[in-house]
Write a protein that binds this ligand. Structure first.
Ligand code: FMN
Length: 330
């Protein structure tokens, strides 16, 4: 169904409603409080809203399914830690269910009413004022008692992805329906290059959004630079949309021919051989089967091109190796 058509709200399809909610871009916070045993607890929340200046009121919505719900229901005080763009990993940690989210996290000694994350962009210390039952969430309203405000770029969140404002318009796609992400299956010797954000479990292919006005050659160059490699693209390999991501993926395959002098920033880069089954280390059904196909086809030295279609996708075989345009002309 076209995204511009009206949809009836349905309990069986909360995903598309979630996508529509996700069109509202937000910042990211970590809400923290002490539990009854004096241990710090926290969770990532983008439902934070400032409500009133006089009195100074804020709210945040907590899912009734959250492990920590009883803590925030009971705590007299809580803190809203507004995250900067350097705290993406922290956001992922606190969005998880680990019992040990505070390992390695520095708390501010200067504030005791709630655990305050030292490195945050801003911190609001609040006294609980109201708890309102609202469907599958509780709305927690607090009065801000003290706050600190720092400098730096905020961490943003839009349609299920973080937005790095420092990266400018690179990561923001105004219209995801026409957005394209370009990636590359980069071979190094007999392995495949995968990348991983620090703290993440899953690996993924090196990819960048294709911004308006950037040439195809330049965007592929960006993909290689992202992993600190110089290389050659052999051919287009796959075109698909991974379930619900909202953008098309255009995946090339290519070979690394050397390293650039600039090391990749904020990314772990590794080459995986077939024996390590790299397809089991990535997420997304299409991506998994694409990487599996890549290794199989490379063994046979016979690559195909995959294109997703309404009837389940097609693969076209390519006879022989791609020939350089200049050689082909002569
Ligand atoms: C960017 C982002 C925003 C989130 N916002 C909220 C939110 O506003 N309310 C909420 O209850 N959960 C939100 N979550 C999910 C919680 O962080 C997640 O369920 C967490 O596991 C809850 O922690 P707990 O179960 O240990 O209490 C968000 C997750 C992310 C990644």
């Amino acid at each position: 169904m076209s995204p511009l058509q009206w949809r009836a709200v349905s309990a069986d399809d909360t995903r598309s409603l979630r996508n529509a909610f996700g069109a509202f871009m937000t910042g990211v916070t970590i809400v923290t409080a002490w539990d009854a045993d004096g241990a710090p607890r926290g969770f990532t929340a983008n439902s934070f809203t400032s409500v009133s200046l006089d009195p100074a009121l804020v709210l945040v919505c907590i899912a009734k399914s959250a492990n920590g719900l009883p803590v925030y229901e009971a705590a007299e005080h809580f803190a809203i830690n507004i995250l900067g763009d350097w705290q993406r990993d922290l956001s992922n940690t606190f969005a998880g269910r680990s019992p040990d989210k505070f390992a390695g996290v520095t708390l501010l000694d200067s504030e005791r009413s709630a655990p305050c994350l030292a490195d945050s962009l801003s911190v609001l210390c609040c006294a609980r004022r109201q708890l309102i039952d609202a469907g599958d969430h509780l709305i927690l309203i607090g009065e801000v008692l003290r706050y600190r405000d720092g400098v730096g770029s905020p961490l943003g969140y839009f349609r299920g992805s973080y937005i790095d404002f420092a990266e400018g318009s690179k990561a923001i796609q105004a219209d995801l329906r026409t957005a394209v992400k370009v990636g590359c299956l980069i071979s190094v010797d007999n392995g495949l290059v995968l990348v991983r954000e620090p703290g993440r479990e899953q690996w993924s292919l090196p990819e960048v959004f294709w911004r308006e006005g950037v040439s195809q050659r330049a965007v592929i160059g960006e993909v290689f630079r992202r992993v600190g490699l110089a290389g050659d693209v052999a051919f287009i390999y796959s075109i698909f949309e991974e379930g619900g991501s909202g953008f098309t993926r255009l995946i090339f395959r290519g070979d690394a021919v050397g390293r650039t002098d600039k090391a990749p920033e904020g990314l772990e880069v590794r080459v995986f051989g077939a024996a390590e089954q790299p397809w089991l280390r990535v997420s997304g059904d299409y991506t998994v089967s694409m990487i599996r196909r890549f290794f199989k086809e490379r063994e046979a030295d016979n690559f195909g091109i995959y294109c997703d279609t309404a009837d389940g996708g097609r693969i076209a075989g390519i006879a022989g190796k791609p020939v350089h345009w200049q050689d082909w002309q002569h």
